[in-house]
Design a protein around this ligand. Structure first.
Ligand code: C2E
Ligand code: MG
Ligand code: MG
Length: 567
């Protein structure tokens, strides 16, 4: 059969010789060593161990039948029971004619009789059996796509797996190639023409991968091709892309035809072949309709982020139990008087991960909002915060109202209000001491439902702050209809107030509206004295930011509280 390509790698196939007699092993080893990598076992038990361990690499087992500990029949039996081991061919080594039939029945591929007097015959048999077994694997799949003559995807994956067995050190790229809007070509120019284009792509791709690299291709689906080839750099793919386009323009007479490449370079061997091509395809899909780019690489950064996210989700339970999730508190200062005065604090979660160190909430809050863990986490933070207020009260005689973040997911929880009230009760707190921060985007998402929930909470005495105001969705108009007590100006406004006249004007405008509506304004992310002074001048009521303090663990609050008490 046509192997498609001659692979240049010259790694020897591995053969296991199993015989209890040293001299027999040596003789056979001597004969086949010129062509194969030979390993040995002295009995069936040893052999099974090696076979199981090397199942991916072994090309052939040459097996003596009569051995102590475990004989060859038993080895054959055990190999038959495991589909993967069953695929490794066995040649039985024997001196008795009767045993041959039995061993063939047990699945042996061939036999060689002792003593070994014709080395050429032995080598020829070994080669033939290995070839047969490799071809069998391949022939089992329906081999070729009728239209293009390329391999079918089933065959392609099998072949790829086999290639890997023999060339474990090669760095391979998984590539997906797609023709943009192929269906249009089909519709406008007819199916026959479409077929011609598909064939031309197949021909060119096949030609290019065998000249530029070592590899092979398949037609994955209608107008999507997969290529598995030795690693090429960007220039290589650029050339390939250019030549492919050139070939297509020749037959289509249309220079707007667009072909996309999605490349997953040096594909990770530890993941399944199909998944490697999923990644190539993902890269390819990422530039769909993006006419400026025709080639995209699978982004390991994205992949690593995914992995990291999976880790965090997996570690969450343990982190809760082991106390790796710690609540920090950042003070907010009332600045309308002559001297800034502690107004409240915001509870902010920190994950002190044993392996990654301090993990920012930005890394896991949005993630946990997609899978429901956020509710568990928030409940934990709310309880911690309430207990902290009570503790400070008791230890310092100072009441520090604390605001907690309420995720938009929490707003859909029918138990929200009951939970919060219970937390207050358990810690002997009133609802004025406890503030709720609801992010602006939650309001924009489903205002009606949210307004209802917020109204209820406010009727129970909770004060509600709109967090991150101005970060995206809301309009100033929204402010007039929403039930809120405090508006937290998003950091983006604060960031530029001292450098950008327009930003300052905007802040002034928001301040004016807030005054008109009778809501308090908190500016967050205030880092510099210039920002502080401008905000004060605009009439901002409360400031939160590094200018005063970073979020701190509760034990570092002592000095703030002592100062507050002395007032
Ligand atoms: P947020 O509620 O808007 O919190 C303010 C963020 O600004 C905090 O980031 C805080 O550390 C940071 N920050 C404060 N002052 C400054 C400053 O002067 N400069 C700069 N550059 N940053 C400042 P953090 O703690 O990383 O939290 C990020 C976001 O994660 C929070 O934004 C909040 O939306 C969310 N989050 C934090 N803890 C929780 C929680 O327990 N539950 C929920 N649902 N969300 C939380
Ligand atoms: Mg907040
Ligand atoms: Mg905020």
């Amino acid at each position: 059969m046509n192997r498609g390509l001659a692979f240049t790698g010259n790694r020897k196939r591995q053969v296991l010789v199993v015989d209890d007699e040293h001299i027999n092993r040596e003789m056979l080893g001597h004969i086949i060593r010129q062509k194969y990598e030979v390993i040995f076992a002295g009995n069936g038990e040893e052999a099974m161990e090696i076979i199981r361990e090397n199942r991916k690499k072994l090309s052939l087992v040459m097996l003596d039948l009569l051995m102590p500990v475990m004989d060859g029949f038993q080895v054959l039996k055990e190999m038959q029971e495991d589909p993967e081991l069953k695929a490794i061919p066995v040649i039985v080594l024997t001196s008795e004619k009767e045993a041959e039939v039995d061993s063939l029945k047990l699945g042996a591929a061939d036999f060689i009789t002792k003593p070994y007097d014709m080395p050429e015959v032995i080598l020829a048999r070994v080669r033939r059996i290995i070839e047969l077994s490799e071809d069998r694997l391949i022939i089992e799949a329906t081999e070729r796509d009728h239209l293009t003559g390329l391999y079918t995807k089933e065959f392609f994956y099998q072949y790829a797996g086999q290639l890997e067995r023999y060339y474990p050190d090669w760095e391979m790229d998984a590539v997906a190639i797609d023709v943009e809007h192929f269906h249009l070509l089909n519709e406008l120019q007819g199916r026959e023409f479409g077929d011609r284009v598909l064939k031309e792509i197949a021909r060119t791709v096949n030609h290019l991968i065998s000249t530029e690299a070592d590899g092979y291709a398949c037609r994955y689906e209608a107008d999507m091709y997969y290529v598995y080839c030795t690693h090429m750099d960007e220039d290589g793919y650029e050339r390939m892309h250019a030549e492919l386009i050139e070939a297509l323009v020749k037959i289509t007479k249309n220079n707007r035809i667009r072909v996309r490449f999605g490349i997953y370079p040096k594909a990770d061997r530890n993941i399944e072949m199909e998944r490697r091509f999923d990644r190539a395809k993902q890269a390819c899909d990422s530039i769909r309709n993006n006419y400026a780019i025709s080639m995209a690489y699978y982004d390991t950064e994205t992949y690593e982020k995914e992995l990291f996210a999976e880790r965090l989700i997996g570690d969450f339970e343990e982190a809760m139990q082991q106390g790796h999730l710690v609540v920090y508190y950042q003070p907010k200062y009332e600045i309308s008087g002559d001297e800034p005065k502690l107004a409240s604090a915001e509870a902010l979660i920190r994950w002190i991960h044993p392996e990654f160190g301090m993990v920012s909430p930005e890394a896991f809050i949005p993630l946990f909002e997609t899978n429901g863990l956020i509710q568990q986490l928030d409940l934990y933070v709310w309880k911690q915060a309430a207990a902290q207020i009570a503790k400070w009260k008791k230890e310092y005689g100072v009441t520090v109202p604390v605001s907690v973040n309420v995720s938009r997911m929490d707003m859909y929880d029918p138990n929200l209000q009951t939970n919060l009230l219970q937390i207050l009760r358990e810690n002997g707190l009133s609802s004025e001491e406890y503030l709720l921060e609801v992010t602006e985007s939650a309001y924009a998402e489903d205002s009606r439902q949210l307004i209802e929930v917020v109204d209820k909470l406010r009727s129970k005495g909770f004060r509600v702050e709109m967090d991150d105001f101005g970060s995206g969705y809301s309009s100033l108009n929204m402010l007039t209809t929403l039930p809120i007590d405090v508006l937290k100006l998003d950091m983006v406004f604060v960031k530029n107030v001292h450098t950008d006249e327009k930003a300052l004007r905007l802040v002034e405008l928001i301040m004016e509206i807030a005054r008109y509506l009778g809501v308090t304004v908190v500016a967050e992310g205030v880092e510099y004295v210039e920002q502080y002074e401008l905000l004060k001048k605009c009439g901002c009521d409360v400031i939160q930011g590094y200018y005063f303090s970073k979020p701190l663990p509760p034990e570092e609050w002592a000095s703030i509280l002592i100062k507050e008490k002395a007032r």
